[in-house]
Design a protein around this ligand. Structure first.
Ligand SMILES: [Zn+2]
Length: 332
């Protein structure tokens, strides 16, 4: 029974981050920015006739591979965005990636398989900066996953524990994780005690029950907080805003730091945005139920507007940063 509860705690994290729309928007912005550049040509030589927009969801589609069913793809037809990969050759590639990245990080009994952990970190909001070693970070979190993908695209081997077999896989992963790292709740998390009081898990002995799992354990009348943030506003959907976002993305300044430091800077920004996610929020006492620990969250009145602004900014920057990192790897 205890084992079952533990696995259920992590179930909501299976929700596709940003939703497919958000990831595709990030890929589309980068596609637009790379037209006519050397990096754009490199992308084409690696992906063939597939765009960054199309492969942006590949790492989420890999979650459709079931190790317990002999690495079969068990969700055909369920996710329209995965349809381009639902053929024998691509399914083989997805299964091969999952096989190599299933237990290579030695997940604890209550942790997800490794490749699912590559999509996020859970840094407590009291910190101004991301630092490896904080509760909710690991050597295989989203910051390290981006760094590993950059390494492979730069011609270096992937650092342990990652297994990234070639530039194609690295580019598919990078495109996705750059989207994830800009989703505030994929980097920052709030930790609560049984009374719903905010705590810093790095101040005391870390108690696993205080982890709200990137907002997955928080429920508002609108549903699950993490899902609320994964969903993009209606007018961003199906590429409707891509052109105006791409225009904005071109004005995002390129950071002077070495590119290996960029993922940490992006994480820092997401932690700051995560504070906006929780600004003015109030929490109930913890209610343990079959889905694990849960708290109710009451959101302030102007939340819709805050959320819209943060999402627009995050999607724009994610697209810009993806294009910038590819141009830094393959300069003119
Ligand atoms: Zn993801």
């Amino acid at each position: 029974m205890a084992g079952m509860l533990a696995s259920l705690v992590y179930l909501p994290q299976l929700a596709f981050a940003w939703g497919a729309d958000g990831h595709q928007t990030v890929g589309a912005i980068a596609d637009a920015m790379l037209v006519g550049t050397k990096a754009g040509e490199k992308v084409k030589s690696i992906l063939g006739n597939r765009s960054l927009e199309l492969v942006s969801v590949w790492a989420d589609c890999a979650k459709g591979i079931s190790p317990e069913k002999d690495y079969a793809y068990t969700v055909p037809g369920r996710y329209p965005e995965c349809q381009p990969f639902e053929n024998p050759e691509d399914i083989k590639a997805l299964a091969d990636f999952v096989r190599r990245n299933q237990s290579n990080c030695n997940p604890a009994a209550d942790e997800e398989s490794c490749h699912k952990q590559y999509h996020y970190s859970d840094v407590s909001l009291q910190h101004d900066h991301y630092k490896t070693g904080y509760t909710g970070t690991s050597d295989h979190d989203v910051v390290h996953a981006i760094q590993a993908s950059i390494d492979v695209l730069s011609g270096k081997p992937a650092p342990a524990p990652f297994s990234i077999k070639d530039p194609r896989e690295a580019l598919e992963l990078l495109t996705h994780y750059v989207g994830d790292i800009h989703q505030p709740l994929h980097v920052g998390s709030i930790y609560l005690d049984a009374d719903g009081k905010i705590i810093n898990p790095d101040d005391t002995q870390y108690d696993k029950t205080s982890n709200t799992i990137g907002g997955n354990a928080l429920n508002c009348p609108c549903g699950n907080l993490h899902s609320l943030w994964d969903d993009v506003p209606l007018n961003f959907k199906r590429g409707r805003m891509n052109e105006s976002l791409a225009k904005k993305a071109k004005t995002v300044a390129v950071d002077a730091a070495p590119i290996q430091e960029w993922p940490v800077l992006w994480a820092d920004e997401s932690i700051r945005n995560a504070r906006l996610v929780f600004g003015g929020a109030q929490f109930s006492q913890r209610t343990p139920n079959v889905k694990g620990n849960n708290w109710s969250i009451a959101l302030p009145l102007a939340y819709e507007k805050t959320m819209y602004n943060v999402k627009e900014d995050a999607l724009t920057k994610a697209g810009a940063h993806l294009a910038q990192v590819l141009q830094a790897i393959w300069p003119e």
